[in-house]
Design a protein around this ligand. Structure first.
Ligand code: ZN
Length: 339
């Protein structure tokens, strides 16, 4: 939200001009629920103002978020070193990590904060939280990359003002995080939405790439599956091949998003990741999801173009999520677990 919009909001609030507030809300937040009466308009305005302050805070934090923005090498755990030359000039009060998975999130588990059995070489059972909290002696917030992205989008992005939403990434793999009643969803293990079973399209004989399930959603619709089908990475596809590829990906993804919608009843699903950036993806995706939902249970919200959206924060959803996780532990909203 721009400075002038904030000014307009402030003036309308000072003047008590509720209809102007509602109008500003509609202009600035076309994808969010609209106020039904004066009281709701006032509530939404207050929320918008605190969000605007949050955005300012985020910008300030981004300007200092040099650890995350620097892009640390992470080929192997041993390479993970805070850059020493900046250590003196920055006071770190908390760290938030939105990590690739699988990770142990059960706070009473002795391996809490570990990457668990990942195929990524060298990383299985790496104690990420322990490593960072011992090095920096600060509280560490920890969650999956996709739960982090969901939290980031909820705080500053496409899910601002919502309490139930899902973030799905479609890239080298497919993963999903969910926020339910404002908190990231954890169970025995974090959700594994990428591995949902899906129905094979009639004329598709591609076996699928998932080492565990073959033709699960990730096996059929991830970036590597496109490369295996077409012989080139997704970003090199164009013309008819690109259109065919996007139809395949969005058809399978729509099945998965429909399953997620049936189970979690989210107010919005945000879809990011490399494949979701390919031309045509978000245009075709809407139609595929609407068709797969088959007007059941028939909510108007499901038919709105913004029900499934791209992320507002682009590639920074996870980084923003790290800030949310850091804030949660530094404010005591979530208790830190010692590494
Ligand atoms: Zn699978």
């Amino acid at each position: 939200m721009g400075q002038s919009m904030n000014g307009a909001f402030r003036r309308a609030l000072e003047d008590g001009d509720v209809s102007r507030l509602a109008e500003l809300w509609r202009v600035c937040r076309p994808r969010l629920p609209q106020p039904r009466d004066d009281r709701e308009a006032r509530v939404m305005l207050h929320r918008a103002r605190s969000e605007a302050e949050s955005v300012t805070l985020a910008k300030r934090l981004y300007s200092h978020a040099w650890l995350a923005e620097r892009g640390l090498p992470s080929g192997l755990p041993e390479e993970l070193q805070p850059p020493a030359e900046r250590r003196e000039s920055v006071i770190v009060s908390a760290v938030g990590i939105a990590s690739f998975g699988p990770v142990e999130l059960r706070r009473d588990h002795r391996q809490y904060g570990n990457i668990t059995n990942t195929p990524k070489p060298g990383w299985s059972f790496t104690d990420v939280v322990g490593f960072v909290s011992r090095r920096l002696a600060v509280p560490v917030g920890f969650d999956t990359d996709v739960n982090g992205s969901a939290l980031g989008e909820g705080r500053w992005g496409a899910a601002m003002g919502l309490s139930q939403f899902v973030y799905i990434t479609v890239g080298t793999g497919i993963g999903g995080g969910a926020v339910v009643d404002g908190a990231a969803l954890h169970g025995l293990v974090h959700p594994e939405m990428g591995h949902l079973a899906i129905r094979r399209l009639d004329d598709d004989d591609f076996p699928g790439l998932c080492p565990f399930h073959g033709a699960c959603m990730e096996g059929m619709a991830s970036g590597p599956s496109l490369e295996a089908r077409f012989g080139v990475p997704g970003r090199e596809l164009y013309g008819t091949q690109l259109a065919v590829a996007m139809n395949i990906v969005t058809s399978y993804l729509a099945q998965g998003l429909t399953a997620v919608t049936r189970i979690l009843a989210p107010q919005r699903i945000i879809v990011g990741g490399g494949v979701a950036k390919l031309p045509g993806f978000h245009e075709i995706r809407n139609e595929a999801v609407t068709s797969e939902l088959a007007n059941y249970p028939g909510l108007a919200e499901h038919r709105e173009p913004g029900f499934v959206s791209p992320p507002d924060l682009g590639d920074r959803s996870g980084l923003a999520g790290g800030l949310v996780l850091a804030k949660q532990v530094s404010s005591g909203q979530v208790e830190a677990v010692d590494g």
